[in-house]
Design a protein around this ligand. Structure first.
Ligand SMILES: *Cc1c(COP(=O)(O)O)cnc(C)c1O
Length: 418
């Protein structure tokens, strides 16, 4: 029986999987069970920020596993507070507080709950709570009931209604729609500074500035989903700062690259005062309001701490920006008609494909056809929507690895569209 047959028999078929079985990784490379190597520009979908099995992360995990694996959040541990301090003082650099979860979807659920708490405190004029969270079309916020309901894509929600009430989806980057879209019950706005799964769509600086102004005017929380974009992926510790540096959000969610491969998510709330008594936003999530058995455990926090230190100490943000420039220059020089554009920032890049130039069988998108051809040629990349493939190499990717990947990309795209 092949591994794929065993999956078919025992694992729920929720994923369309590529036809390889991976068993080992090192840096920007992984190997399958046939011993074949691949350059990994998928990195667990922007998770393995330092590549596979980085010695600093592996060392921290080994050390912590032999010391203390898990205790309840009924107690304090050093790795959790050290990670929170590292995030607050060195990465987000705004006064606020962190809650640790286990995934991105859970982190967003925490932000949604926080928005509702806020809406209970800062009510509508008649005293009834505000509860609505505005999100955007083509967004992706996760697969739990809460985060799926926040996601502005019908295909993610199909067959699961009734959804959690209290969300409205507005067109992304549309300032007029935003200004008309605020209702008395609106409490918050949640968005990805760069939509990842939805196709690598950037928020425009004008839109972000208008959004911050609307939030100020209507007393709404401004919340960023930085689950895919955060911690160096976009060439800055926080992606919104690459677009509008002076913005100060009220809430932020993270996961993916934060742990470099271990399952961790987190959300952050600002310490800013939300009323004239000086009540801070972060104080609204007080004792008993939220929790997680596994969240912030010593094992994952010890690993994440080393990821963030490595990103900072080696200035991997600078490498992300430099490799982006190299990739753009090279791809731009090819003049391949099948490539419509390069979108994104840092090492969250989308290569737009012209579907008319990619022969695809019925029911298969151009992006998936190209991703499968690249895999056959030795390069792993994920799709982002029907006509975009993503390049998500590790943040410490070298010039030689980028050049090798670009060589495979050029040859493959040239052959497909010939
Ligand atoms: C991946 C992702 C999520 C969901 O994270 P999970 O860890 O899969 O729950 C949410 N938001 C964004 C922007 C993502 O990229």
């Amino acid at each position: 029986m092949t591994t794929q047959d065993r999956y078919a028999e025992h694992v729920l078929p929720t994923y369309g999987r590529f036809p390889i079985v991976l068993e080992r990784g090192e840096g920007a490379r992984v190997w399958d069970t046939d011993g074949r190597g691949y350059l990994d520009f998928c990195t667990g979908i922007a998770v393995c920020a330092l590549g596979h099995c980085h010695p600093r992360v592996v060392g921290a995990l080994r050390e912590q596993a032999g010391r203390l694996l898990h205790v309840s959040n009924l107690y304090h541990t050093l790795p959790q507070v050290e990670l929170a301090e590292e995030i607050n003082t060195r990465h987000i650099k705004l006064p606020g507080k962190v809650f640790f979860a286990n995934s991105g979807a859970e982190a967003n659920d925490g932000l949604i709950k926080s928005a509702r708490r806020f809406g209970h405190r800062r009510t509508q004029p008649d005293g009834s709570p505000r509860y609505e969270v505005i999100t955007f079309r083509m967004s992706f916020h996760g697969r739990t009931l809460g985060s799926m309901s926040a996601t502005g894509q019908a295909k993610i929600q199909e067959g699961f209604d009734p959804l959690l009430p209290g969300f409205r989806y507005l067109p992304f980057n549309d300032i007029a729609a935003l200004e008309e879209g605020i209702r008395p019950e609106t409490a918050a706005v949640l968005l990805e500074p760069i939509q990842g799964e939805g196709g690598v769509n950037m928020a425009t600086p004008e839109f972000l500035r208008a959004l911050a102004e609307v939030c100020r005017k209507h007393d709404l929380l401004l919340m960023f989903d930085e689950i895919q974009t955060g911690f160096g992926r976009c060439g800055e510790p926080m992606a919104w700062r690459a677009l509008v540096p002076e913005l100060e959000p009220d809430g932020v969610s993270w996961a993916k690259g934060l742990g470099g491969g271990v399952p961790i998510g987190a959300f952050w709330l600002s310490d800013r005062a939300i009323d004239s008594d000086g009540t801070s936003l972060s104080s609204l999530m007080g004792p008993g309001s939220h929790g997680s058995t596994f969240g912030g455990g010593p094992l994952v926090c010890a690993a994440a701490l080393e990821v963030l230190r490595e990103v900072r100490e080696r200035d991997l943000c600078a490498n992300a920006r430099r490799q982006e420039a190299r990739i753009r220059a090279t791809v731009g020089g090819w003049k391949l008609p099948v490539i419509t554009e390069v979108r994104g920032i840092g090492l969250l890049l989308g290569i737009g494909l012209d579907p008319a130039l990619v022969p695809a069988p019925e029911g298969k998108t151009a992006a998936l056809v190209v991703a499968n051809k690249l895999l056959e040629a030795g390069l792993l990349v994920p799709a982002a929507g029907p006509n975009t493939i993503r390049l998500l190499p590790p943040l410490n990717v070298t010039d030689a690895e980028v050049d090798e990947a670009l060589g495979i990309l050029r040859d493959t795209l040239a052959a497909i569209s010939a």
